[in-house]
Design a protein around this ligand. Structure first.
Ligand code: IPE
Length: 264
Protein backbone atom coordinates (compact mmCIF):
# COMPACT_ATOMS: atom_id res chain seq x y z
CA UNK A 1 0.00 0.00 0.00
CA UNK A 2 1.10 3.56 -0.71
CA UNK A 3 -0.21 6.68 1.00
CA UNK A 4 0.19 9.71 -1.25
CA UNK A 5 -0.35 13.23 0.02
CA UNK A 6 -0.96 16.07 -2.41
CA UNK A 7 -0.24 19.41 -0.77
CA UNK A 8 -2.78 22.18 -0.92
CA UNK A 9 -0.14 24.44 -2.45
CA UNK A 10 0.05 22.13 -5.47
CA UNK A 11 -3.60 21.39 -6.21
CA UNK A 12 -4.79 24.91 -5.41
CA UNK A 13 -3.43 28.37 -5.98
CA UNK A 14 -2.59 29.00 -2.38
CA UNK A 15 -2.08 32.74 -2.64
CA UNK A 16 -5.29 33.42 -4.58
CA UNK A 17 -7.74 35.72 -2.82
CA UNK A 18 -10.52 33.16 -3.22
CA UNK A 19 -10.61 29.34 -3.39
CA UNK A 20 -8.93 28.49 -6.70
CA UNK A 21 -8.03 25.06 -8.08
CA UNK A 22 -4.77 24.58 -9.96
CA UNK A 23 -6.25 22.42 -12.71
CA UNK A 24 -2.97 22.14 -14.61
CA UNK A 25 -1.31 20.42 -11.68
CA UNK A 26 -4.37 18.46 -10.61
CA UNK A 27 -5.12 16.98 -14.02
CA UNK A 28 -1.48 16.19 -14.74
CA UNK A 29 -1.06 14.51 -11.34
CA UNK A 30 -4.27 12.50 -11.84
CA UNK A 31 -2.80 11.15 -15.10
CA UNK A 32 0.53 10.39 -13.41
CA UNK A 33 -1.27 8.43 -10.67
CA UNK A 34 -3.19 6.52 -13.33
CA UNK A 35 -0.03 5.70 -15.30
CA UNK A 36 1.80 4.48 -12.18
CA UNK A 37 -0.65 1.55 -11.80
CA UNK A 38 -0.43 1.28 -8.02
CA UNK A 39 -2.68 -1.47 -6.73
CA UNK A 40 -3.33 -0.29 -3.13
CA UNK A 41 -3.42 3.48 -2.86
CA UNK A 42 -4.83 6.08 -0.49
CA UNK A 43 -4.74 9.73 -1.54
CA UNK A 44 -4.69 12.45 1.13
CA UNK A 45 -4.88 16.07 0.03
CA UNK A 46 -4.44 19.46 1.63
CA UNK A 47 -6.76 22.43 1.60
CA UNK A 48 -4.71 25.33 0.21
CA UNK A 49 -6.87 28.32 -0.67
CA UNK A 50 -10.01 26.27 0.08
CA UNK A 51 -9.17 25.91 3.78
CA UNK A 52 -6.48 28.03 5.34
CA UNK A 53 -7.99 31.49 4.78
CA UNK A 54 -11.30 30.47 6.39
CA UNK A 55 -9.71 28.56 9.26
CA UNK A 56 -7.53 31.59 9.93
CA UNK A 57 -10.37 34.11 9.68
CA UNK A 58 -12.50 32.19 12.20
CA UNK A 59 -9.55 31.24 14.42
CA UNK A 60 -10.44 27.55 14.27
CA UNK A 61 -8.21 25.71 16.73
CA UNK A 62 -7.44 28.85 18.75
CA UNK A 63 -8.80 28.96 22.33
CA UNK A 64 -12.22 30.58 22.77
CA UNK A 65 -11.96 33.90 24.52
CA UNK A 66 -15.49 35.29 24.79
CA UNK A 67 -18.63 33.37 25.69
CA UNK A 68 -20.37 34.14 22.41
CA UNK A 69 -17.24 33.43 20.33
CA UNK A 70 -18.39 29.95 19.66
CA UNK A 71 -21.47 30.90 17.64
CA UNK A 72 -19.32 32.80 15.14
CA UNK A 73 -16.82 29.95 15.14
CA UNK A 74 -19.56 27.42 14.39
CA UNK A 75 -20.41 29.38 11.25
CA UNK A 76 -16.71 29.50 10.34
CA UNK A 77 -16.44 25.76 10.93
CA UNK A 78 -19.45 25.09 8.70
CA UNK A 79 -18.06 27.36 5.99
CA UNK A 80 -14.58 25.81 6.07
CA UNK A 81 -16.02 22.29 6.09
CA UNK A 82 -18.08 23.18 3.05
CA UNK A 83 -15.15 24.61 1.04
CA UNK A 84 -12.74 21.75 1.71
CA UNK A 85 -15.49 19.29 0.80
CA UNK A 86 -15.92 21.10 -2.53
CA UNK A 87 -12.19 20.78 -3.19
CA UNK A 88 -12.34 17.09 -2.32
CA UNK A 89 -15.16 16.64 -4.78
CA UNK A 90 -13.08 18.33 -7.51
CA UNK A 91 -10.06 16.11 -6.71
CA UNK A 92 -12.25 12.97 -6.85
CA UNK A 93 -13.72 14.14 -10.18
CA UNK A 94 -10.23 14.65 -11.65
CA UNK A 95 -9.17 11.15 -10.55
CA UNK A 96 -12.35 9.54 -11.84
CA UNK A 97 -11.97 11.36 -15.17
CA UNK A 98 -8.79 9.37 -15.81
CA UNK A 99 -10.38 6.11 -14.69
CA UNK A 100 -9.37 5.95 -11.01
CA UNK A 101 -12.19 4.69 -8.73
CA UNK A 102 -11.89 7.52 -6.20
CA UNK A 103 -14.14 7.51 -3.12
CA UNK A 104 -14.52 10.55 -0.93
CA UNK A 105 -13.85 10.19 2.81
CA UNK A 106 -14.83 13.17 4.99
CA UNK A 107 -12.68 13.42 8.15
CA UNK A 108 -15.12 15.65 10.08
CA UNK A 109 -17.78 12.92 9.80
CA UNK A 110 -15.81 10.36 11.84
CA UNK A 111 -12.63 11.82 13.36
CA UNK A 112 -12.34 13.93 16.52
CA UNK A 113 -9.23 15.39 18.10
CA UNK A 114 -8.13 16.16 21.64
CA UNK A 115 -6.10 19.34 21.69
CA UNK A 116 -5.61 19.11 17.91
CA UNK A 117 -4.36 15.50 17.89
CA UNK A 118 -6.53 12.70 16.52
CA UNK A 119 -7.80 10.49 19.30
CA UNK A 120 -10.95 8.96 17.80
CA UNK A 121 -11.44 7.78 14.25
CA UNK A 122 -12.20 4.30 13.01
CA UNK A 123 -10.36 3.78 9.74
CA UNK A 124 -11.39 0.16 9.17
CA UNK A 125 -13.75 1.28 6.42
CA UNK A 126 -10.91 3.04 4.56
CA UNK A 127 -8.94 -0.21 4.54
CA UNK A 128 -12.07 -2.04 3.40
CA UNK A 129 -12.39 0.32 0.40
CA UNK A 130 -8.73 -0.29 -0.48
CA UNK A 131 -9.25 -4.06 -0.21
CA UNK A 132 -12.13 -3.76 -2.67
CA UNK A 133 -9.96 -1.90 -5.17
CA UNK A 134 -11.14 1.66 -4.52
CA UNK A 135 -8.88 4.65 -3.99
CA UNK A 136 -10.02 6.50 -0.83
CA UNK A 137 -9.46 10.24 -1.05
CA UNK A 138 -9.30 11.94 2.36
CA UNK A 139 -8.27 15.49 3.16
CA UNK A 140 -7.36 18.24 5.62
CA UNK A 141 -10.58 19.32 7.33
CA UNK A 142 -12.05 20.96 10.40
CA UNK A 143 -13.09 18.57 13.19
CA UNK A 144 -14.67 18.58 16.64
CA UNK A 145 -12.10 18.83 19.43
CA UNK A 146 -12.77 17.32 22.85
CA UNK A 147 -10.74 20.01 24.60
CA UNK A 148 -13.47 22.36 25.92
CA UNK A 149 -11.23 25.40 25.53
CA UNK A 150 -10.99 24.72 21.78
CA UNK A 151 -14.25 22.93 20.83
CA UNK A 152 -13.10 22.66 17.21
CA UNK A 153 -9.75 22.26 15.46
CA UNK A 154 -8.06 22.12 12.09
CA UNK A 155 -6.90 18.65 11.15
CA UNK A 156 -4.09 18.72 8.60
CA UNK A 157 -3.69 16.22 5.82
CA UNK A 158 -0.22 15.57 7.25
CA UNK A 159 -1.62 14.42 10.56
CA UNK A 160 -4.09 12.20 8.69
CA UNK A 161 -1.16 10.69 6.76
CA UNK A 162 0.61 9.87 10.04
CA UNK A 163 -2.53 8.43 11.59
CA UNK A 164 -3.30 6.26 8.58
CA UNK A 165 0.31 5.14 8.28
CA UNK A 166 0.58 4.17 11.96
CA UNK A 167 -2.56 2.11 11.71
CA UNK A 168 -2.29 0.65 8.21
CA UNK A 169 1.52 0.29 7.97
CA UNK A 170 1.85 1.13 4.26
CA UNK A 171 4.95 0.16 2.35
CA UNK A 172 5.56 3.78 1.41
CA UNK A 173 4.46 7.31 2.23
CA UNK A 174 4.97 9.99 -0.42
CA UNK A 175 4.37 13.69 0.14
CA UNK A 176 3.95 15.72 -3.00
CA UNK A 177 4.69 19.36 -2.11
CA UNK A 178 5.65 22.54 -3.95
CA UNK A 179 9.30 22.33 -2.90
CA UNK A 180 12.07 19.89 -3.84
CA UNK A 181 12.33 18.56 -0.30
CA UNK A 182 13.94 19.74 2.93
CA UNK A 183 16.86 22.12 2.89
CA UNK A 184 19.45 22.54 5.66
CA UNK A 185 18.67 26.27 5.74
CA UNK A 186 15.84 28.40 4.44
CA UNK A 187 16.72 28.89 0.73
CA UNK A 188 14.95 32.24 0.71
CA UNK A 189 17.34 33.67 3.27
CA UNK A 190 20.65 31.90 2.80
CA UNK A 191 22.80 31.10 -0.20
CA UNK A 192 24.74 28.17 1.21
CA UNK A 193 21.76 25.89 1.38
CA UNK A 194 21.52 22.36 0.09
CA UNK A 195 18.84 19.71 -0.24
CA UNK A 196 18.97 17.13 2.53
CA UNK A 197 18.65 13.69 0.94
CA UNK A 198 18.01 11.86 4.20
CA UNK A 199 16.68 13.36 7.42
CA UNK A 200 16.43 11.62 10.80
CA UNK A 201 15.99 14.52 13.22
CA UNK A 202 15.07 18.19 13.33
CA UNK A 203 18.55 19.01 14.65
CA UNK A 204 19.87 18.42 11.15
CA UNK A 205 18.23 21.66 10.02
CA UNK A 206 20.25 24.80 10.67
CA UNK A 207 18.67 28.25 10.99
CA UNK A 208 15.33 27.03 9.74
CA UNK A 209 12.74 29.58 10.78
CA UNK A 210 9.89 28.10 8.82
CA UNK A 211 9.14 31.43 7.14
CA UNK A 212 8.72 29.72 3.83
CA UNK A 213 5.58 27.79 4.57
CA UNK A 214 3.76 29.18 7.58
CA UNK A 215 0.10 28.15 7.57
CA UNK A 216 -2.59 27.24 10.09
CA UNK A 217 -1.32 23.68 10.39
CA UNK A 218 2.36 24.38 10.83
CA UNK A 219 4.00 24.39 7.39
CA UNK A 220 7.12 22.38 6.72
CA UNK A 221 8.14 22.00 10.36
CA UNK A 222 4.73 20.59 11.25
CA UNK A 223 5.07 18.18 8.35
CA UNK A 224 8.51 17.03 9.47
CA UNK A 225 7.38 16.45 13.03
CA UNK A 226 4.65 14.16 11.72
CA UNK A 227 7.04 12.29 9.45
CA UNK A 228 9.78 11.92 12.06
CA UNK A 229 7.18 10.32 14.31
CA UNK A 230 6.57 7.77 11.54
CA UNK A 231 10.29 7.23 11.07
CA UNK A 232 10.53 6.27 14.74
CA UNK A 233 8.08 3.48 13.97
CA UNK A 234 10.19 2.30 11.05
CA UNK A 235 7.95 3.80 8.35
CA UNK A 236 9.94 5.69 5.72
CA UNK A 237 8.51 8.66 3.91
CA UNK A 238 9.70 10.95 1.17
CA UNK A 239 9.04 14.58 0.35
CA UNK A 240 9.13 15.39 -3.35
CA UNK A 241 8.13 18.23 -5.64
CA UNK A 242 4.74 17.38 -7.16
CA UNK A 243 5.03 20.51 -9.30
CA UNK A 244 7.73 18.85 -11.41
CA UNK A 245 6.49 16.67 -14.23
CA UNK A 246 6.60 12.87 -13.77
CA UNK A 247 8.00 12.91 -10.22
CA UNK A 248 4.76 11.63 -8.68
CA UNK A 249 4.54 8.89 -11.28
CA UNK A 250 8.19 7.88 -10.85
CA UNK A 251 7.99 7.94 -7.06
CA UNK A 252 4.80 5.85 -7.10
CA UNK A 253 6.60 3.36 -9.31
CA UNK A 254 9.41 3.11 -6.76
CA UNK A 255 12.02 4.98 -8.78
CA UNK A 256 14.56 7.10 -6.95
CA UNK A 257 13.61 10.75 -7.45
CA UNK A 258 14.98 14.07 -6.21
CA UNK A 259 13.65 14.76 -2.73
CA UNK A 260 14.19 14.09 0.97
CA UNK A 261 13.72 10.69 2.56
CA UNK A 262 12.76 10.76 6.23
CA UNK A 263 13.93 7.70 8.06
CA UNK A 264 15.64 6.65 11.28
C1 IPE B 1 -5.61 22.10 6.22
O1 IPE B 1 -5.10 20.97 5.62
C2 IPE B 1 -7.09 21.97 6.44
C3 IPE B 1 -7.78 23.27 6.67
C4 IPE B 1 -7.21 24.43 6.65
C5 IPE B 1 -9.19 23.20 6.95
P1 IPE B 1 -3.54 20.88 5.21
O2 IPE B 1 -2.72 21.54 6.28
O3 IPE B 1 -3.25 19.46 4.94
O4 IPE B 1 -3.50 21.72 3.87
P2 IPE B 1 -2.24 22.24 3.04
O5 IPE B 1 -1.64 21.08 2.32
O6 IPE B 1 -1.26 22.85 4.03
O7 IPE B 1 -2.82 23.25 2.12
Amino acid sequence: MIILKLGGSIITKKDANKPTVDYDHLQRIAKEIKHAHVSDLIVVHGAGSFGHPFAREYAIGKPLSLKDDFQIKRIGFSLTQSWVKKLNSIVCDALRDVGIPAVSIQPSSFITTYHKRIHKGDIALIKYYVDKGFVPVIYGDVVLDDDPTLQVAVLSGDQIVTYLAKNLLPGRVILGTDVDGVFNKNPQEYQDYYLIKKLSSLQELESWDNNQTVDVTGGMLGKLEELLELAQLGIESEIINAGRKSLIRDALQGKKVRGTVIKK
